[in-house]
Design a binder for this molecule. Structure first.
Ligand code: SF4
Length: 622
């Protein structure tokens, strides 16, 4: 591989100007190197050269320096070797990071207890493996993921950060601020991250930590055995393991930052080449308070993932979820009124549930004004070792649904999904080896979609995910702007969507018009005085434009798509103003602040906002 790379570099040096090598020339050089390689031996290919180059640059600086690649030559090399840049369906690269192992104050019966991980995660889930290899360090995790995305040819100018790992608010505040500061710093510094990354790895090694899987298994083995046998809880074992561990305590010495340091990285990111266009944080309903949500906003959070699992108290109790329906509904109201998007988790096949009751549960979730999420992870409960569910299964108190039952429930749920809800997943990222009993099919969603097609129901599906245009070309002139309005217990919501004649979505916006009169009268589960906004304020909770053309200001098509977003915002302003609202906020992400400044929004506390001209005929607030 090295010889092939050196040949390409030498060819680039002899080429005048600043061009990349044409693809045919690269293919010719690759073919020349493959000549003489026997049939069964590993052949070289263009797509493997760039990962090799980046790997050596990262891990073997002396060898890399011997190649004599300066900045200009490297730019040409990257242009030569990069595969066609790809975008994800949503137009945004996603980076999932995991926080360090930590207890959870709940102890749900189905929840995994892997002591190498924060509660509820398993060490062989892909993001968890990456986190563990990088000592759960946020900077290193982002660097690893950016490297992988770049090597796969993904565009990374717009990044959504998803922070997973138990209940965020249970971590010390200084850790929360540090963790997020490091996420922003890594994106701001990419790709010049080698020095900082090496220093960080050295810190963990010097503290005596390891990221070797075998050593980590040995580290937790005794305590894990007690947890798996039901003799100890995760939290008790965690405290014995990590509470006294000198290496972990020494490593934690750097895990603190001030809000001033965080804000500095956020300001840099506003105009960085790799901007944070979404920051998702995970929490529990009982941990949602005005104080926690205010901190989330300071961190730059735009979406909250929240475990709900069921809308029925008896099911929550049977599964030992330490939460009440009243807490869940208040959490929904608070999250919505603070402007966040609500990404909830709902579980099928919990202890005490039946397929028919699960269908009803979902129907309640998307029709009761106290719930009404924006996105749902809808997945079946599975049996994982070390959980309380194992004993219930042994006693015959829980059984997994058959495949047919599961498909039947998921089809019914999909068909009950309204226009504004996106079912983001139908399985959890648990490997088949970790599932003792339960669904192991990773293509469950395709099976559900297949059954929907068989039943002739495809034309009736409203789930956002089902209708996204993805990478398909779309005739912009054919798009129609629709408005799906609905009532929640604290607001009137407008889901504005640009749709094709077939109903497929090219862009959408979520507008919340709070019921200020009711919120001020004390008749709701949230009082107006608990909110950072004021009576008369409306809120844009999300603007999303799909597709390859959503790249930040690079092409004509992009400009057209930005036009879709702009038109959505204009329509939201009209709707809010006509309903009597006087100010429109947007819960912008750090990396989209510039975009909203161009649209006339000014920085305004936790949000950006624009005043709305008074309506010609005053109307009462909804
Ligand atoms: S609240 Fe979440 S992390 Fe905590 S025990 Fe329950 S499922 Fe696990």
């Amino acid at each position: 591989m090295e010889e092939l790379l050196l040949d390409i570099l030498s060819r680039l040096r002899t080429m005048p100007g600043s061009d990349a090598l044409p693809s045919v020339e690269v293919e010719r050089i690759v073919r020349a190197h493959n000549r003489g390689i026997r049939d069964n031996a590993h052949h070289l290919s263009k797509k493997r050269i760039l990962p090799f180059y980046l790997h050596v640059r990262e891990s073997d600086p002396d060898r890399w320096q011997a190649w004599g690649v300066d900045g200009a030559l490297e730019t040409r090399l990257l242009r030569t070797l990069r595969m066609k840049p790809r975008r994800t369906a949503s137009g945004v690269a996603t980076i999932t990071v995991i926080t360090r192992p930590h207890p959870c104050s709940s102890n749900c019966v189905y929840c995994p207890c892997d002591l190498r991980m924060p509660k509820s995660y398993l060490s062989n889930e892909p993001a968890c493996q990456r986190a563990e290899r990088n000592y759960f360090d946020p900077y290193l995790q982002v660097v690893a993921r950016m490297r992988a995305l770049s090597q796969m040819g993904h565009a990374t100018d717009k990044v959504e950060l998803i922070v997973l790992g138990g209940t965020w608010s249970d971590y010390p505040r200084a850790y929360q601020v540090w963790f997020v500061r490091e996420l922003f710093r890594a994106l701001n510094e990419w790709p010049d991250v080698q020095g900082a990354a090496h220093e960080r790895y050295a810190h963990y090694r010097d503290c005596g930590l390891t990221h070797d899987g075998g050593s980590l298994t040995a580290f937790v083995a005794d305590e894990q055995a007690k947890v798996d046998a039901g003799e100890s809880t995760y939290n008790e074992a965690y405290r014995r393991l990590y509470g006294k561990s000198a290496p972990h305590r020494a490593a934690a010495a750097i895990m603190s930052a001030t809000t001033g340091e965080l804000e500095r990285e956020q300001r840099r990111n506003e105009t960085s080449a790799h901007r944070v266009v979404g920051l998702v944080i995970e929490t529990r309903p009982d941990a949602v308070t005005p104080e926690s949500l205010t901190l989330f906003r300071h961190l730059g959070c735009t979406k909250i993932q929240i475990g709900i699992q069921s809308t029925r108290q008896e099911i929550l109790d049977a599964n030992r979820r330490a939460t009440t329906i009243a807490q869940i509904k208040r959490a929904f109201s608070l999250i919505r009124l603070y402007g966040f998007k609500i990404h909830s988790h709902l579980m099928l096949n919990l202890v005490g549930a039946t397929p028919e009751e699960d269908k009803q549960d979902f129907a309640t979730f998307v029709s009761d004004p106290g719930f009404l999420p924006d996105e749902i992870k809808l997945y079946p409960c599975a049996l994982v070792s070390g959980t309380g569910l194992v004993h219930l299964h042994e006693q015959g108190l829980w059984r997994p649904y058959t495949e047919d039952e599961l498909l039947d429930v998921l089809v019914a749920d999909t068909m009950a999904t309204p226009d504004y809800v996106r079912i983001s997943r139908m399985i959890r990222d648990i490997g088949a080896d970790d599932i003792l009993v339960g669904n192991k099919k990773t293509n469950l969603r395709q099976m559900v979609e297949g059954r929907i097609v068989e039943l002739g129901l495809a034309g009736k599906v409203r789930d956002v995910r089902f209708r996204e245009i993805n990478q398909d070309a779309v005739d912009l002139d054919s798009l129609v702007l629709g408005d799906f309005a609905y009532e929640t217990s604290v607001s009137r919501e407008h889901f504005l969507q640009w749709v094709t004649p077939e109903g497929r979505i090219a862009a959408f916006l979520r507008l919340s018009l709070p019921h200020w009169d009711a919120l001020s009268s004390g008749s709701r589960n949230v009082d107006a005085s608990e909110l950072p906004t004021r009576p008369g304020d409306a809120m844009i909770r999300e603007v999303h434009v799909y597709g390859i053309a959503a790249q930040l200001g690079h092409s004509d098509v992009a400009a057209q798509h930005q036009g879709l977003g702009r038109a959505l915002v204009s329509r939201a302003k009209e709707i809010a103003r006509d309903a009597g609202y006087v100010r429109l906020h947007v819960i912008s992400s750090v990396g989209t602040r510039e975009y909203y400044r161009h649209l006339g929004f000014g920085d305004d506390g936790l949000y950006q906002s624009v005043p709305l001209a008074a309506p010609e005929t005053p109307s009462t607030l909804a």
